[in-house]
Each structure stands twice: as structure tokens, then as C-alpha cells.
Design a protein around this ligand. Structure first.
Ligand code: CA
Length: 237
């Protein structure tokens, strides 16, 4: 794939569904198609990796419980290969441990089964719309010694690629668009995560902490993404 080529049209809304249960797979496919997405569905992690290597996807909807390679392995492998494609994880498990592990391995969001279709579609929409090349923050920008190329979803530090997840990437881009302003956690949840429920602001803190480890020379003494006590965060540029 040519990283420099902007993605347009169909590809910008092409979703890959990875789910081994046929009924769930066709339910997901039908609903996404009804919403206007182009959908490819596969039943295993191995097939998913092949698909991602062979074409551009706007988003992956990934079941964690798969025969053979697990959803966790798929996440980890894609991120290790420097693929920034947004990933929404589907889990039948209710344990918070699994969600946290999924997010640590590079997933961007999760939905627990059973889920409401409208909730799932909201999560998908929030991540897919970031592929809009004309939105603010789509031009190359720098933060300290970090160079960000949104069109290629590429982040470089002194010429070396930095592996950000899609969510970390969007967080950085959003903070940059609103640079030198104080941005509240609620605003970040609404605009970067697409959540209307405002009960999980700690999620934002965890992501900011992770983002700092990637872009700050000394993450515990941040120079670029600072905490504004009681208010939120501010990117200094
Ligand atoms: Ca399954």
C-alpha cells in the first residue's frame, strides 16, 4: 500500500468484521451495510491479518473470542506492524480485565455483548469519521520534535516512527487543533470518543498518560500536554 496516497470514496467507509459466529457475523454485516458502510466479513484472525495487508480499511470490528488466533493477538500483531487502523473490540466477557487488556494491546474501543446496535454504530461512527481528510488538523504539524502526518496516520520522532493507536492519534490531533486552549475531559470524551455518557473521564487521563510516554521527552514532567488542574488538558505549541 502506498502510504502517501489519500484514501477516498469507498475505502474510507470499508469496515472489516472479524467474527466466527455466523449469526453474529451476518447481523453485524447487515447493520453496517444498512448504515451505508461497505463490509467485508471474515471468521478468523489469520484471515483478518491478510485482509489488512491487502487493502485499506476504515475500521476493524474484532471479536476477541476466536478459534485459533485470538482477537488480542490480532490487535497486538497489527500494532506491532505499525498499522494504525481503528479497532473496536467485541467481547462476550464482562470482566474489566479483558477490556483493559484489549485497550492496552492497541484497541480503540470495545463493546460488550450483548450490545445495542445503536450503541455499536455510534462507536463505529466516532472512529470512522476521523478519515475525513478535509477536517481540521488534517495537514502535517509538529509538536516539539514530533512530526505528525495525519493523512498517512504517521507520527515520527526524529525521523523514527512512533506507534500510536488510532485513539491516541486522534487525541493528539484534537489537542493540536485546540492548541493553547484548555480542553476539558468531557469535551474530549464527546469529541474524540463519541460518548454521550460522561461517567468515565478517567479513560481520558489514562490515554493522555499513554500519549505523553510517546511524545514527551520526560512524560512525568510534560512540556507539551499539560494538566490544567480542575479543568482538563492543554497542548502548548
Ligand atoms: Ca467468537
Amino acid at each position: 500500500m502506498n502510504l502517501a496516497a489519500p484514501v477516498r470514496g469507498d475505502e474510507a467507509r470499508h469496515v472489516l468484521v472479524i467474527e466466527d459466529e455466523p449469526q453474529m457475523r451476518s447481523m453485524l454485516t447487515d447493520n453496517l451495510e444498512f448504515e451505508g458502510y461497505r463490509v467485508t466479513a471474515v471468521a478468523s484472525g489469520e484471515e483478518a491479518l491478510q485482509e489488512v495487508e491487502s487493502r485499506h480499511y476504515a475500521l476493524l470490528l474484532l471479536d476477541l473470542m476466536l478459534p485459533g488466533m485470538s482477537g488480542f493477538d490480532v490487535c497486538q500483531q497489527l500494532r506491532a506492524r505499525g498499522r494504525h487502523v481503528p479497532i473496536v473490540v467485541l467481547t462476550a466477557r464482562t470482566q474489566e480485565q479483558d477490556r483493559i487488556r484489549g485497550l492496552d494491546l492497541g484497541a480503540d474501543d470495545y463493546v460488550s455483548k450483548p450490545f445495542s446496535v445503536s450503541e455499536l454504530l455510534a462507536r463505529v461512527r466516532a472512529l470512522v469519521r476521523r478519515d475525513d481528510w478535509h477536517s481540521p488538523g488534517s495537514d502535517e504539524f509538529t509538536v516539539g520534535d514530533i512530526v505528525v502526518k495525519p493523512r498517512q496516520r504517521l507520527v515520527l520522532r526524529k525521523g523514527r516512527r512512533v506507534a500510536l493507536s488510532a485513539r491516541e492519534f486522534e487525541l493528539l490531533r484534537y489537542l493540536y487543533v485546540h492548541r493553547n486552549e484548555v480542553v476539558s475531559r468531557e469535551q474530549l470524551l464527546r469529541d474524540v470518543w463519541g460518548y454521550s455518557q460522561l461517567s468515565v473521564t478517567r479513560t481520558v487521563d489514562n490515554y493522555v498518560a499513554k500519549l505523553r510516554t510517546h511524545i514527551e521527552p520526560r512524560p512525568h514532567e510534560p512540556r507539551y500536554i499539560i494538566t490544567v488542574h480542575g479543568s482538563g488538558y492543554q497542548l502548548l505549541a
